[in-house]
Design a protein around this ligand. Structure first.
Ligand code: C2E
Ligand code: MG
Ligand code: MG
Ligand code: MG
Length: 286
């Protein structure tokens, strides 16, 4: 009896595993064609100065829209792009699209905004990343100072030759470097000293329960102090409430990003939002 039960259980798991593998394979097949089919799009989420409220720039966030299906969020497909190596061409597309969009906006008369682009581990270790970025900046004409790459801590703990070279070359080019989700990786603080990091982004998980949770509040304050002590800018991600904003403002955090300001939206929606909220200096002042 127990033998039978064992077999059933086994079959059940095997079936589940097969289904997961089939699903994953189907996703992979679809993703391989997604780029040439033009199914990727970028959403833009603003970042603003906490003290003045002025929008400083945007983060570009990747979305996938397979034909006839709903929009797919990155947690569903970034890992597959990484594992298959597809992240390299898709990442190149993200840089081109994001920088190109910034220049379209500038040509349309929008004041120049910064753009932050997420880079994943495999992409970051790719020896041609710097060349790829340099090429995109040349082709689009975007000032390197307006581009920031967002990396995670785990990419920097290994100080391989290619990582140090990439960091140094990006710095020389004038491209900014931000550490995303700061405090959640396997971090050693040594890399903050070793590399030219410009920005720390406090992970959303630490922002979420401020100011009520005393541990999270202590961590957020410590990250702000650490960043400032090292001459870096500190950005809070995932800011959803006025209470969180007030807390971060009181503790000297530089920039905020989160639903309180805006969700990530398509380019056109961002431009419309920006036009409405970016009030020019009052005419009386001229
Ligand atoms: P991330 O870079 O930390 O991006 C922030 C994520 O938090 C985004 O999720 C954003 O939509 C979400 N978010 C922003 N404000 C709030 C808020 O106030 N509340 C809550 N609950 N969430 C907020 P998204 O767009 O789903 O992206 C998830 C992750 O996927 C990103 O995390 C990033 O690591 C990765 N990703 C996105 N685009 C790209 C890309 O082009 N390349 C690579 N390599 N990774 C990307
Ligand atoms: Mg990011
Ligand atoms: Mg983040
Ligand atoms: Mg995060």
């Amino acid at each position: 009896r127990s033998k039978e039960l064992g077999r059933d259980t086994f079959c059940f798991f095997e079936e589940k595993m097969n289904r997961a593998a089939t699903e994953r394979h189907a996703l992979e097949v679809q993703l391989r064609q997604a780029l040439e089919r033009g199914e990727f799009q970028l959403h833009y989420q603003p970042k603003a100065n906490i003290r003045t409220g002025q929008v400083i720039g945007v983060e570009a966030l990747l979305r996938w829209k397979p034909a006839g299906q709903a929009l797919v969020a990155p947690d569903r497909f970034i890992a597959i792009l990484e594992e298959t190596g597809l992240i390299v061409p898709v990442g190149a597309w993200v840089f081109r699209e994001a920088c190109g969009q910034m220049m379209k906006w500038q040509r349309a008369g929008m004041r120049p905004l910064q753009v932050a682009v997420n880079v994943s581990a495999r992409q970051f270790r790719h020896p041609e990343l710097v060349q790829q970025i340099a090429g995109v900046l040349r082709e689009t004409g975007l000032a390197p100072q307006l581009l920031e790459v967002e990396l995670t801590e785990s990419m920097l703990i290994d100080d391989s030759e290619v990582v140090s070279r990439t960091m140094a070359e990006l710095g020389r080019m004038g491209v900014g470097i931000a550490i995303d989700d700061f405090g959640t990786g396997q971090s050693s603080l040594r890399y903050l000293k070793r590399f030219n990091v410009d920005t720390l982004k406090i992970d959303r998980s630490f922002v979420k329960d401020t100011p009520n949770d005393s541990e999270d509040s202590a961590i957020a304050k410590a990250v702000i102090a650490l960043g400032h002590g090292l001459g870096m800018k500190v950005v809070a991600e995932g800011v959803e409430t006025q209470a969180q904003l007030d807390f971060l403002h009181a503790h000297g955090c530089d920039e905020l990003q989160g639903y309180l300001l805006s969700r990530p939206v398509v380019a056109q929606a961002f431009a419309a939002w920006f036009r409405l909220q970016d009030v020019p200096a009052s005419p009386a002042a001229n």
